[in-house]
Ligand binder design. Structure first.
Ligand code: M6R
Length: 368
């Protein structure tokens, strides 16, 4: 049921505060410790993990990219991020101390399933993060953490993405707790911040009109660039993917630091460039991203800047501004992705496209 929304996608975007809250529910104690009753791997097995390989496709792959920054930071375990479709064709190095983490909304993606089968043959342990109870991927895994986003009907993934990031963070914090890692004392603090994010996401929904106006102003644009850095980089990739899928237009995401290594050549008069700006303050890449905004604007780009409340440094270079609530850097994807989803949905609707059933795409890709 669309509950009065024009599109399932819009309904699912609006359900994101609940998807995030439900994915945290029952997985922590009052005093800030993680508890994963469903975790079928023992603490000893987890302490033995010396490498994580996160494998997924599409939007789920971008969740894995976000997770890498957090899990490595909290646990000091190296995390490799792999496209499922590439993974088993390149002779990957796996053994009993490798934890393969697969991420899938549907639990039926063939590329991801084949990666799991390959990893298990190589004796790696497989933990899946999945949104669909009883689907094939969790059934074939050693352990599972379900995302509790509820059924996702629109082909374009939205609430599952946010829930996947949260589930990955729960896993990362749990591993840090089990290992007693260097950053283990951050667990209670970051958990409190995570618990507070549904309210921050709700604010992004309440301010959706700002994004709708930007979509109307950019009507006529046919090529879009998205820039981000650190965890903002996968957010940029996800913003571009959403727009490609729904609007059938050229949209590309880049790591902002790569701009001068090539992509800046495509910037020309009038091209819209979305920039996800990391929180200022102690963030060492913030200034660099602000310089990137100046660089593209000097070449005629129309800049749409997503920046934290009160970050006045971006104001002179922004043609459009989307303010983000103050959250720790690692949680910024949970708020910054929301306006990009809304933008893609609005822009595609403006073009008269079927937002829920974009051409050429299926909700779950069950062929390789
Ligand atoms: O069900 P999965 O999470 O395994 O699906 C992976 C991708 O096919 C999926 O995220 C796809 O990229 C979506 N259409 C993105 O909106």
């Amino acid at each position: 049921q669309k509950d009065g929304y024009e599109w399932y996608m819009l309904k699912e975007i609006v359900e994101q505060p609940k998807a995030v809250a439900d994915t945290l529910l029952g997985r922590h104690t009052q005093d800030g410790r993680l508890q994963l009753d469903e975790m079928r791997l023992s603490d000893d097995e987890l302490r033995n993990v010396d490498k994580i390989v996160a494998i997924a496709c599409g939007t789920s792959y971008y969740a894995a990219m976000v997770a890498k920054y957090a899990i490595e930071h909290w646990t000091r375990i190296p995390v490799e991020v792999e496209l499922a479709s590439e993974f088993r064709y390149r002779d990957p190095i796996l053994d009993q101390s490798t934890l393969v983490v697969t991420i899938s909304q549907s639990g039926e993606t063939m590329d991801t399933l084949m990666a799991i089968r390959y990893a298990r043959q190589q004796k790696a342990r497989v933990l899946s993060i999945c949104n669909t109870n009883g689907s094939t991927i969790p059934r074939e895994s050693d352990a599972v953490i379900y995302t509790h986003a509820g059924p996702e009907v629109a082909v374009a993934s939205t609430k599952a993405f946010l829930a996947q990031i949260v589930a990955c963070y729960v896993l990362g914090l749990y591993l840090a707790q089990v290992k007693g890692a260097k950053y283990g004392d951050e667990i209670a603090r970051i958990l409190d911040d995570l618990i507070a994010t549904p309210a921050a996401i709700q604010r992004m929904l309440d301010e959706a009109d700002v994004v709708r106006k930007i979509a109307a102003d950019l009507n006529g644009a046919r090529s879009f660039i998205f820039l981000g850095r650190h965890v903002g980089y996968p957010v940029a990739l996800e913003g571009a993917l959403k727009l490609k899928e729904l609007a059938y237009l050229h949209a590309e995401g880049f790591a902002a630091g790569e701009l001068k290594h090539g992509p800046i050549a495509v910037i020309e008069e009038g091209v819209p460039v979305f920039v996800v700006v990391p929180p200022p303050g102690r963030n060492e890449v913030h200034e660099k991203v602000v310089s990137n905004i100046q660089e593209v604007r000097a070449r005629g780009a129309r800049t749409i800047v997503l920046a934290e409340d009160g970050d006045e440094s971006v104001v002179p270079y922004a043609d459009h501004l989307i303010w983000l609530p103050k959250v720790p850097t690692l949680l910024q994807p949970l708020v910054a992705t929301v306006p990009l989803q809304i933008f893609a949905c609005e822009f595609a609707a403006q073009l008269g496209h079927d937002v829920d059933q974009p051409r050429n795409l299926a909700k779950s890709v069950t062929v390789e």
